[in-house]
Ligand binder design. Structure first.
Ligand code: HEM
Length: 360
């Protein structure tokens, strides 16, 4: 990089703005400057806000923000608890995934795993050459089509109900497609925006809970402490389930949630997980610093700044209530020997529910 002393007004850095927003990542001894990627065009028809440049990103962010912050979070709290009941029941009954969810999960994993793997992510100029001269195009087009089709199977019934006037209240009905909508875009965009919310909010939370189960096997003392904490609040004979309002009194569960998010490096990569002291130790206590209920304090797992995860408050509440209940109601053990603690994404997961203290 150019010496700052020879460029005190940062003209060189300012001139780089034409390439879009940038992020600096320190990887071992090197600093990488990440520019905007063309991936969004090739796999998302320029519709996933996550990878959009500032202008079109702003419009999408504007409509998503009120959906996921402020007083609505209180309303969602009841639904999140209900969802958590259903999830706990599924742990007992081994309900498996329905086809629609499996497809969505596959599309989402493919999307995240392929970021920065296309040749045009690294050499964006190649995207300007004639399409038929781009040998990688058919491969990506096929993936893009599959992504679009899976999204559409979720979107179509909602759209049909909207058309026939039978759709229940929702973000789609009342914000994106409403006749008085201030959302300035077309239906394709509305579909990607809706599905991006489902996609971004589900896989990340699911993986964090998977990692919790794996951590349980490796760090039983941590989980004993976590259960003791819930026992004190909810009773040692499962008098009641933990709820959202217990957050203030379940500091260790919040700390455990933050530590799981840290080691899970769901989206942000291992370098950010290491941004703390003794990063190879699994130690929820590190977060008991007076800010344990604030998911952004000291942590980058939800990103930061203007582009911070738009659902981070909702996500943290969800992770909290589910961890509190899973820790309280179930014991876990490995089916086979698991050699290394890692962020698992593959399922089926080699873990069984050993017994259910819910019946203790
Ligand atoms: C454990 C759960 C979650 C984690 C770890 C997580 C993490 C992230 C991260 C790292 C980003 C990128 C931020 C950046 O660009 O700097 C992001 C973006 C995003 N997240 Fe989350 N997220 C989670 C849950 C959720 C939930 C529950 C929702 C919505 C219901 C959500 C919706 C989104 C959306 C829409 C974006 C793109 C935002 C934009 O383009 O402005 N996420 N998330």
């Amino acid at each position: 990089m150019k010496d700052v002393k020879s460029d005190p007004d940062h003209n060189f850095l300012s001139s780089l703005a034409r390439y879009g927003e940038m992020a600096a990542v320190h990887l071992w001894s090197k600093t990488w400057i990440m520019l905007n990627t063309e991936h969004n065009e090739i796999l998302s028809r320029n519709q996933r806000s996550l990878l959009l440049p500032h202008g079109p990103w702003t419009e999408r962010r504007r409509v998503m923000h009120p959906l996921l912050s402020g007083t609505v979070l209180m309303t969602y709290g009841d639904w999140q608890e209900l969802e958590s009941d259903v999830m706990s029941a599924n742990y007992i009954e081994d309900a498996g995934l329905c086809k629609g969810l499996e497809d969505l999960q596959e599309v989402q994993t493919t999307f995240t795993n392929t970021i920065c793997t296309s040749v045009i992510d690294w050499f964006p100029e190649l995207d300007r050459i004639l399409r038929f001269l781009q040998p990688w195009r058919p491969y990506w087009n096929k993936m893009d089509q599959r992504n679009h089709d899976v999204f559409n199977t979720w979107w179509k019934p909602v759209k049909e109900k909207f058309g026939s006037g039978t759709a229940p209240p929702s973000f789609v009905r009342d914000t994106l497609l409403h006749e008085n909508t201030k959302f300035k875009s077309d239906e394709l965009d509305a579909m990607y925006l809706t599905m991006q919310l489902i996609e971004a909010g589900s896989g990340t939370t699911r993986e964090t809970l998977n990692i919790m189960v794996m951590a349980y096997v490796f760090y039983p003392d941590v989980f004993k402490r976590a259960r003791d904490e819930v026992d004190k609040i909810c009773g040692s004979h499962v008098e009641r389930l933990p709820i959202m309002d217990d957050m203030e009194n379940l500091g260790y569960i919040c700390a455990l949630a933050k530590e799981l998010l840290r080691v899970g490096f769901v989206l942000n990569g291992i370098c950010l997980s290491n941004e703390c002291e003794s990063s190879d130790e699994f130690r929820p206590e590190r977060w008991m610093n007076g800010h344990v209920q604030d998911p952004l304090h000291g942590m980058w797992q939800f990103g930061g700044g203007r582009r911070v995860c738009v659902g981070y408050r909702l996500a943290f509440r969800s992770v909290f209530v589910n961890i509190a209940r899973l820790v309280y109601c179930f014991d876990y053990a490995a089916w086979t020997q698991i050699l290394k603690f890692c962020g698992p994404t593959d399922e089926p997961f080699p873990i069984k529910i050993r017994n259910m203290p819910i019946f203790r």
